[in-house]
Design a protein around this ligand. Sequence first.
Ligand code: COA
Length: 262
Amino acid sequence: MREFKFINFNKGKNYYLIEINRPDQLNAINKETIKELKDCFLSIKNSTKGFYGVIITGSGDKSFVAGADISEFKGLNEKTAKELSLNGHELFHIIENFSIPVIALVNGYALGGGCELALCCHIRIATKNAKFSQPEINLGTIPGYGGTQRLPQIIGKGRALEMMVTAEMTNAETALQYGLVNYVLDNKDDAMKKSTELIDIIQRKAPGAVAGVIESINNFYRGDDDGFGKEIQIFSKLCGADDFKEGVRAFQEKRCPSFKGK
Ligand code: COA
């Protein structure tokens, strides 16, 4: 496995595990971490055979990611801030459009860029000490890694706006009530167990259909695209594939389907 400086990258039995590891900065993501994450996701993009999910988490129990690295904010100007923002957007776009589900296992603080990282993942599973916030307003700016777009998509405009203008922390219980997370578990081990259980379920599905769900749902949120048209296109393509024939045959023969990813 490739070695990185700020992330630990490992393979589980049927999933990839990425752990952001900057404990002295509560796993805040600096430019290099963003580059490493990008390299890591691109390196596995074409190696998803036998892998049915990616779990991304922060090292330790205190923090998922405490935001962008604020020490890199000093001296930013309009030009360099735009570069920083575009760089984060590019990574989060890669994650959001990944062909296998990416699960954010949120252990502790998910602040600023950390909350935005969780938002671009497909599923969020939190430990009960998780805390979400978009505190950029306290620095005199707004979220720059897609938060103003994805947070309202997930929890609605009113709640997202309140979180961004107050910078207040949202605890795990409220996050669950908002639909910001899918599950809250007692601790990191339990959250890991839940994540791998979901990946085991996904393993039994047709990979093309899983990727199709991600692509079609993402289309809904792209204002300039015809989401319904895209759904028709993906649905019909999948229905012409071997896995669909196997799925229908298995139903009629009252057995579990054996999908081949074709
Ligand atoms: N960027 C860089 N360093 C960060 C960081 C960030 N986003 N968040 C925390 N750290 C560093 C702190 O500077 C501190 O380093 P030090 O020991 O060298 O002083 C270390 O992580 C531990 O943080 P500390 O503040 O001492 O821990 P705490 O338990 O008292 O508070 C937080 C935890 C998360 C509430 C607090 O660190 C915080 O508010 N961080 C900034 C969050 C933020 O605004 N993120 C969005 C940025 S856009």
